[in-house]
Design a protein around this ligand. Sequence first.
Ligand SMILES: Cc1ncc(COP(=O)(O)O)c(C=O)c1O
Length: 996
Amino acid sequence: MVRHPPTGKDRRSYRGRFKLSGTMTEGEDTGTRRESHMMSSSSHTQPLFADRHIGPDADELARILGVIGVASLDELAHHAVPASIADPVDGGVPTGLAVLPEPLSEEEATGRLRELADRNTVRRSMIGLGYYGTHTPGVIRRNILENPAWYTAYTPYQPEISQGRLEALLNFQTMVADLTGMAVANASMLDEATAAAEAMTLMLRATKNKSRRLIVDADLFPQTRAVIETRAEPLGIEVVTAELDPAIEGAGLPPGDFYGVITQVPGASGRLVDAGPIIAAAHERDAMVAVGVDLLAATLVTPPGEQGADACFGTTQRFGVPMGFGGPHAGYLTVNTALTRQLPGRLVGVSKDADDNIGYRLSLQTREQHIRRERATSNICTAQVLLAIIAAMYASYHGPDGLRAIARRTHARATRIAAALGDAVVHQNFFDTVLTQVPGKAAAVVAAARERDIDLRLVDDDRVTIACDETTTDADVAAVVDAFAAAGTGIEGRDEWTGPGIETRSGDFLTHPAFHRHRTETAMLRYLRALSDKDIALDRSMIPLGSCTMKLNATTEMEPITWPEFANLHPFAAAEDTEGIRALIGELSEWLAAITGYDKVSLQPNAGSQGEYAGLLAIRRYHLDRGDAQRDICLIPASAHGTNAASAVMAGMRVVVVACRENGDVDTEDLAAKIAEHGANLAATMITYPSTHGVFEDAIGEICAAVHDAGGQVYIDGANLNALVGVARPGHFGGDVSHLNLHKTFCIPHGGGGPGVGPIGVREHLAPYLPGHPLAPELSDELTVSAAPYGSASILPITYAYILMMGAAGLRRATLSAIASANYIARRLGDHYPVLYTGDGGWVAHECILDLRELTKQTGVTVDDVAKRLADYGFHAPTMSFPVAGTLMVEPTESENLEELDAFCDAMIAIRAEIDRVGAGEWPVEDNPLRGAPHTTECLVGEWDHPYTREEAVYPNGLPSAGNRTKVWPAVRRIDGAFGDRNLVCSCPPIESFAE
Ligand SMILES: Cc1ncc(COP(=O)(O)O)c(C=O)c1O
């Protein structure tokens, strides 16, 4: 028999993974013992999912606990978590979580999700309103959306190991800028409606016009208007609706002053107008203009960028991203050159690396909210990277000609419907959506269409719209026409549509080779593979990013999101057709409420930042309704994530910073002083728990009580909930509202920078102020924060499956395992890099901060050098310089096994030895393996005149052939960030530049 030769690493046995460790007896249980009540009926022969999800097995856990000096996970909880907040546990189940179902096996969970999926009815959706059927090319679905190399990557903050997704995002930016005819696009927005709201504030920031009135076209999508109105109110922007019409004098702009205009082509009614005269009329009145643009229509119609628009916004959903009951999809925002530095969100730019080769990176990084806090231009952080990449690849795969052909086909189907419906058609100029006037018969038409398995949009009693898309077939056209006849509309059709042609766009677009080279499946497949090979995602190594919780995104959790019964639902489809997803949303909301200790949960916010914003809006409304309009002060500790302050400003609050103590805790004396100073003006405090310093602060109860006593509300930022689930509940220890990042704690993959889901939980008194939606009758119609009623609904099955498979005890075990592993790393690395903050007894929570500042002072080696050197060792760097400059924050999560934890610690210890060699003068500070990192294959083939060897440069773990860790080769050397910012290029560089 041929066997693998034993290697050093294989010496560790995996004994005990699926059974009780033989080395332990009753009473010595480390917490991995399976309780009989945790077992599902069929799981006797199956390992528990928790055993698949949690990295360390029983033996490994015993060793971890041994190093940190406790006998069990429960003992760890006792030491690390303040007794004042810890939930009681009964038979392994935390009391608050008793309502969670018994854990299911992977097969059972899949079966349960299948049952839910089967309760959805997918009809041909012709509802439109910004959501359209689309064919996701198989090569893109399988190799991006279903491929962990893409979906498990993190935001590309470490550009040298993120060149693949950065290039893909640059394609996205180029595509959107080209199609809208604008100079610069950012790397995605959360959805169309929030992009429009960002355009509103962008124009306000940029204009010299002193007015705070905004004119909004009456033909905007209702959800876009709703989000704009929500955002406008706290900022004191007056939103005025007007029927804009390029054909009339002054384009229908109302009298009086206004600073900006927002319009949309085509409109919600399908009306396609020439935006040019509207833009010109607004400019004459000293107002800026943002235009919502349908990118498919823009392949045929003159784009507003060529007509002088200041900004364009929209969605890229119909470029291959399934509707998914509302999301996630990549929104976009483009601006003219003058506004580039006002653009919110992330912007990928071109720079050069240490060898003068092209390298991509996030440009103007100082704009990130982490750094700019209350001076941030917006609170957007996590965006929609994965979906942006899909849309960009869809454009690459089809190319400009293919996109134009899809647009023509879509338009042709719409014109055939319009011809058949003759005089009932309201607007003669349309792209894909036909508005019909059928007095008194609208409901009958919609019902007749439903009988034919088609969903149309009921506008009112007399009007119906029909939206075509790339999936509309001849049979659909015939069925729609048939439905109008069956409803007794008595419409006389015409043989042919005689309306005006719409193809006004001239000139080429998407001329870059990125949109021409990958038209065959083979070429696309290899392109995607080549790009993902440049990146470190979770499929290659642990990603120990503090505050980011890069844990397993299990396949069983991921699979249902591409099932058509979840993927192909329109967000405004009838409730009876969406029973399954609604049931899932209902159950998941209840589970999350139980886990957090709140009374009610909204799943609408589509990122943590949006949850913060929605939660603060709820607080604001609560105060207003109680006659406390003066309460607008938000106290935020200095250590908070920058989105906190940015969200507070967006919610109309004034930020007051509370100091932190030397040990990282909130300075309760300063807090008391600030509370006293602001007294009756205090609206809220935002506090992250456990803190961004990775510590469970004992004073949390005291802090919450002090704020409540002063009449303020407590917002607990739940981004660090991975240290709390099954251990303590923010709704019980003092929070009034929290957001959770499902893309951290609850297994939604980070997607290279999104999607995310940022639900909020609130206590009863804030429940009336949860986000509503104008098109969801079951919700209020106020405080809308996302385009879709349930935000990024199609990825909720991931979290649902996770909770279903883990069960209450499994969730608690995951939390405590994450805390155990963080403490293990703190112990192993503490002698080499001081751990900056610990709680009482020297414990950290689920992450720890390694302080490099003294080492930097002594040796000149920076935190950047260490981060880049880790890439040579095959690791993604920890979080760099947040929340404290000059430090690294490490979060291992529960999913990493001991072998990986040790490999990371070994790498960090080896790096420390390298730093010492620099400190000892053996290597100069400007030329050593750290400063030279990362090293590429190419840098080996030229001259080598460094004081360290090639082998030291690229094989610091030792040679792979000797059984050492597989080498990951960074694609570029260290990237010069400042150069990129000085020479800002944010679209694909000409291909020749690669040859230089
Ligand atoms: C503590 C904290 N709060 C809020 C956020 C914002 O969440 P998101 O990026 O989903 O908008 C983050 C994200 O990293 C965070 O770490």
